[in-house]
Design a protein. Sequence first.
Length: 226
Amino acid sequence: MTEHARRAPRQAEADRNDRALLDAAREVLAMDGAHASVAAIAARAGVGIGSLYRRYRTKDELFQRLCELSLDQWIEAAEAALAHDDPWDGLAWYITASVNSGAGTLGPIAGSIAVTEEMEAKVRRSDEVAEALVARAHAAGVLRPDVTSVDISLLIEQLGKSPLIEQLNRQGHVELAEAAVNARKRIIAIALDGLRSGRPTPLPGYPPGDELFTARWIHNPSKPEN
């Protein structure tokens, strides 16, 4: 047996553990926010804490990797949405896919970890494709003109962090799983309807700025967590 053949099963197990850790980290963050503990993440993933630290030296490193993957999901969703022929269908698909993937649920850890160069590069690309998607919808007249790409990102974040499904799963209410998924679909549809052009009620205040995202992600290691 070659060395490669001997290593293959171990690598496959390591890959499975890594996927389980990242999925668990996202789920625990959705419930516990910035106070998510390494022990809770490892337990939810079904691995020991030692396995977690063999893959990620610190909790920050785990969260940074999770942010990078989430940004990849935002980018992939936006690029796929731009491939839709219909501007409204593409925008609606982007919002729905981003909410369902949980790509917008990492807001609670903003400012608690350092932003890596790779994260910065992915943020720039994510902004580019999201703005292109919104600009196309505006040009087609299907998106109300006072909605910005930041509005869309904030909407995805708010809809994505709803704990209903996670809470019911944790409580063992499997009989309500279908109803919870249905409720989320309805809320997304209601939100999408409010984005369509031709709505009579103007949005209050003024358009949100990028600083609502960027300021939160400035890492200050000297500031204690609440």
